[in-house]
Design a protein around this ligand. Structure first.
Ligand SMILES: *[C@@H]1O[C@H](CO)[C@@H](O)[C@H](O)[C@H]1NC(C)=O
Ligand SMILES: *[C@@H]1O[C@H](CO)[C@@H](O)[C@H](O)[C@H]1NC(C)=O
Ligand SMILES: *[C@@H]1O[C@H](CO)[C@@H](O)[C@H](O)[C@H]1NC(C)=O
Ligand SMILES: *[C@@H]1O[C@H](CO)[C@@H](O)[C@H](O)[C@H]1NC(C)=O
Ligand SMILES: *[C@@H]1O[C@H](CO)[C@@H](O)[C@H](O)[C@H]1NC(C)=O
Ligand SMILES: *[C@@H]1O[C@H](CO)[C@@H](O)[C@H](O)[C@H]1NC(C)=O
Ligand SMILES: *[C@@H]1O[C@H](CO)[C@@H](O)[C@H](O)[C@H]1NC(C)=O
Ligand SMILES: *[C@@H]1O[C@H](CO)[C@@H](O)[C@H](O)[C@H]1NC(C)=O
Length: 829
């Protein structure tokens, strides 16, 4: 350490800045200065303070950074007032004011601190705190000024957040405007304290994330770590009131919490050897972190899909929006509260408590009294014990809407809330959507507020009835909820089973990767789908997704037996289907005869039921997005089983697959709105199903369909026949007409045409499809023109002409058509 190598100058009046000082010092005394290019460093060389330009900016700021990683700026003095050139100076006055001066000694920024008669000295501590101390005082911990009182976008260990006990200033983080501009941006992260404190990340005035209220031990909406070193925040109380928090300073761990310009909070630790910052956690990190993600009166849970569920006793305000995964309008009560005439409470376990918008807190009331208190006021909609520590009392009551509730796995949160419901809603059978909720509350409490004898008897009867019913439902729920963790196979096992992924074992090449046949050492035959490496999912997400998909069980779906994860490799292990896929059967002359009409009809019904289950009956709504005959497998008894469902989820939303930038899907089966605009929905699956129905009926492929008289696809051909009232001609000509149930065939074609209609909204839902196919008496609407109804050759030859030659169908002597065919080639679509 070099003492006093800075040259003393007199800031006040003399301006002869000609002297040069050493590059780095550890402190500054009055009338010394550092200029741009010089720095102060902390004693152990951890931090450095000096001038810098952020990002691509040319302007200069005074800031503090890590000496090992100078690009990480933890504090900026003149956030709003950049220096225009490199002639800035930092100096300390005798009165303990820190001044930042520009090239003409104008004060650009000042610490606004002062202490007359002190012996001030500016020091940068190893904590990253820039402080002015009074050397006359024995207590060096009491600073005249400290940068920790003026946080920027970074919270360092030892730095308070909340209220500073001595100065009463609020300490919060504010993001930079951009990586080039440290002036305060739109995001802030602060302790809000209206009764019960919580941490809130906001963008302007709107909340982005909320930690949940202080529960006596922690904020349960914040990430928790097994390693205490990152998770031992110190909370400071004033009597019962939490006023601030900080992370303890620990020599051996260099860590920081940064709110970046995009509004994302990251906790980082420095790997000292590699000089690399590791992200320990990030907020927001998943959909449920976002404030009010699921709208009002709903619960967000990352372990179920979709993440949003209405609270029990509530249903979506707009089912239509909800179906489109737009949760913003939230949920409303199925039936109004009865107030004094019989309301009860439903205990919901393991949650982040609703936001404290309209609430009352009484810290001296027991939870039992809280219940009674809540019932007294008709507008009280829920109550909870805000504190989870043993022996503590407290009563928190909510009024109005319940906002931003999150459900955790039980081990993560010990916090419960009691939701007020009319007694009628406390039945299990009640409530759409909410009855899907996976958690069966352990206990429901009834409180009868009307004390008439009759009411008591009625409620008693109801309770008995409900308990009987509940036991039954509970059992079913658990059967089907059974948390079976799907087996994880080692890649060695799979390699051995597939003869080291031998070419000879390849069963097919699906959109998401090749499928191999395999045999486990026990003799069981399996099909192994080796996913192409474009899945961006990490191990945890992949496992979650696979476990969700494994829960989809239906006789018309291929069963998933397990998965395999090794490095980047992701594989799915399915039951093996002896008879391979439907397309191989249907388009092969030697096997197609096995599929007689009744069998084909059963196959159509089976596929439709499987798809209905995916769309509506399972707890996950799955849109297949790549339904085609090669994805329908046949078992020994020729029962159809849909495969490859759920893969679109593993490959994530709109992401392209493989190297091509195509949407997931196969031409010939894709609905126009999906093929052209990439918009998919249940109705795009219905379109694909319609193509499959028509292919099964005709025994012909839509894509490769050709007809001597026109250049339409199979769909177009069916449409022409429909309009000519000759639609039964579509049925596979290999069938003896006497062996075809003609009304059934007619109905099937009709349903097929309804499914492939051009406009998604005209197409039926899967439940209608199953109904219409299976019911002779069903009255079917007239189909509209199918999607892609254009003659393929015409598109090429006559840009303007899209008229179809209905009248010419089947008139083979028409020479124009024949000559057209000779000069055009079919265009692959
Ligand atoms: C500097 O580091 C040494 C060893 O790492 C430690 O013993 C000492 O307490 C540190 N000094 C300060 C001021 O942090
Ligand atoms: C000081 O900086 C300003 C720009 O901010 C410039 O116009 C001026 O010439 C500079 N003065 C000196 C003495 O360098
Ligand atoms: C220090 O404070 C005294 C008393 O307020 C004032 O007279 C003097 O001008 C100040 N000096 C400086 C350098 O600011
Ligand atoms: C500092 O961190 C180290 C490493 O995690 C740990 O062993 C030690 O107990 C911590 N010290 C304090 C004072 O928390
Ligand atoms: C910071 O911002 C970028 C986007 O600019 C984002 O990708 C990153 O994950 C953010 N979060 C953290 C904690 O760095
Ligand atoms: C959700 O609840 C809040 C608070 O009661 C209310 O201000 C807001 O309008 C509600 N939003 C909707 C979509 O109902
Ligand atoms: C709660 O109880 C404590 C101690 O028993 C008492 O000091 C305090 O005033 C009470 N608070 C309220 C709001 O009644
Ligand atoms: C019920 O509680 C609300 C909110 O605290 C309050 O405004 C209202 O006056 C109360 N009503 C009764 C009848 O106590």
């Amino acid at each position: 350490m070099n003492f006093c190598q800075s040259v003393t100058i007199f800031v006040t009046f003399s301006h002869f800045w000609t002297v040069i000082s050493a590059l780095s010092n550890t402190f500054l005394v009055p009338n010394q200065f550092i200029k741009d290019g010089q720095t102060l460093v902390s004693p152990n060389q951890t931090f450095e303070v000096g001038f810098f330009s952020p990002g691509t900016s040319q302007t200069r700021y005074l800031g503090i950074w890590y000496k090992t990683t100078p690009s990480v700026i933890v504090w900026v003095a003149n956030r709003d007032h950049p220096l225009q050139d490199s002639q800035g100076l930092l100096t300390l006055t005798k009165n303990a004011t820190l001044l930042l001066l520009d090239n003409s000694t104008n004060v650009i920024w000042s610490s606004i601190s002062s202490s007359f008669g002190a012996n001030p000295e500016l020091q940068l501590l190893d904590t990253g705190n820039l402080v002015i101390i009074d050397k006359k005082k024995s207590n060096r911990e009491s600073y005249i000024w400290q940068s920790f009182d003026f946080p920027g976008d970074t919270r360092l260990p030892g730095m308070l957040m909340g209220e500073s006990s001595d100065t009463n200033i609020e300490l919060s983080l504010t993001s930079w405007k951009s990586s080039d501009d440290p002036s305060p941006g739109e995001f802030s992260y602060r302790v809000e304290n209206y009764g019960l404190p919580h941490l809130v990340l906001s963008s302007g005035n709107s909340k982005v994330f909320r930690s949940g209220p202080w529960n006596g031990i922690r904020f349960n909406g914040l990430p928790m770590f097994p390693n205490k070193a990152f998770d031992n925040t110190v909370f400071v109380f004033d009597k019962f009131r939490l006023v601030s928090l900080s992370d303890p300073f620990n020599e051996s761990i260099v860590s920081r919490l940064t709110l970046n310009e995009s509004g994302s909070i990251g906790r980082f630790i420095l790997d000292e050897k590699k000089k690399e910052w590791k992200l320990v956690y990030m907020i927001p990190n998943n959909p449920c972190d976002y404030y009010g993600q699921c709208g009002n009166n709903s619960v967000c849970n990352t372990n179920v899909s979709p993440n949003c569920q209405c609270l029990k006793g509530f249903s979506p305000k707009s089912q239509q929006e909800w179906d489109l995964l737009d949760w913003s309008s939230g949920c409303r009560r199925n039936s109004p509260l009865q107030c004094k005439n019989g309301d009860g409470f439903l205990k919901v376990l393991g949650i982040k408590l609703p936001d404290l918008l309209l609430f009352q807190l009484n810290v001296n009331m027991s939870i039992k009294d809280c219940e009674t208190e809540c019932l007294k006021n008709c507008s009280c909609v829920a109550y909870a014990d805000p504190f989870v520590n043993e022996g503590s009392n407290g009563c928190l009551m909510w009024y109005g809407d319940l906002v931003d509730i999150r459900e955790f796995s039980a081990e993560k949160s010990e916090q419960n809330v009691y939701i007020r419901l009319p007694v009628s809603e406390l039945d299990y059978a009640g409530g759409r959507g909410s009855s899907e909720k996976k958690k069966v509350p352990s206990k429901v409490i009834f409180i009868v507020t009307g004390f008439g004898l009759l009411a008591s008897i009625l409620v008693f009867a109801f309770v008995v009835h409900w308990n009987v019913k509940r036991n039954k439902t509970t059992k079913n729920k658990y059967d089907d909820d059974h948390e079976l963790e799907l087996p994880l196979f080692s890649s060695e096992t799979i390699a051995a089973a597939t003869n080291n992924f031998s070419q000879a074992n390849i069963l097919g090449q699906g959109g998401f990767g090749p499928v191999y046949k395999g045999k486990l050492s026990g003799g069981q035959e399996i099909a192994v789908k080796r996913l192409s490496k474009t899945s961006r999912q990490g191990v945890v997400e992949f496992k979650t997704e696979v476990n969700l998909i494994a829960k989809l069980q239906h006789r018309n779906l291929v069963r998933l037996l397990g998965s395999c994860i090794q490095g980047e490799e992701r594989m799915l292990i399915y039951e093996f289907m002896q008879n391979k896929s439907l397309d191989r059967f249907l388009y092969d002359a030697s096997t197609k005869t096995l599929l007689n009409w009744p069998r084909r009809f059963e196959i159509m019904m089976g596929i439709s039921r499987g798809l209905l289950y995916l769309h509506q009956d399972s707890r996950l709504k799955i849109i297949h997005r790549d339904l085609k005959t090669s994805n329908i497998l046949l078992d020994n008894d020729l029962n159809p089983k849909i495969s490859d469902f759920g893969l679109a989820r593993i490959f994530g939303g709109e992401q392209p697959f493989e190297e091509t930038k195509r949407v997931i899907g196969t031409f010939g089966y894709m609905a126009p709105e999906y093929a052209i605009d990439g918009r998919f929905s249940e109705k795009s699956d219905v379109f694909s199903l319609g193509v499959i129905l028509l292919e099964i009926i005709s025994g012909k492929e839509n894509r490769n369909f050709s007809h001597p008289d026109h250049h339409h696809t199979l769909l177009g051909h069916a449409w022409l026949l429909w309009n000519d009232d000759r639609v039964l001609e579509l049925v596979d000509e290999n069938f003896k007409p006497s062996l075809v149930d003609q009304p059934q065939a007619l109905r099937s074609i009709h349903v097929g045409l309804l499914c492939v209609q051009k406009l998604a909204e005209d197409r039926p839902t899967m439940s209608s499809v199953v109904f219409m196919l299976g019911n002779e008496g069903a009255i079917l609407p007239r189909p509209e023109e199918p999607g892609f109804f254009m003659e393929r050759s015409r598109i090429r030859c006559e840009a303007s002409g899209s008229t179809f030659k209905r009248s010419k169908l089947g008139t083979r002597e028409d020479s124009t058509t024949d000559s057209l065919m000779t000069i055009t080639r079919l265009v692959g679509r």
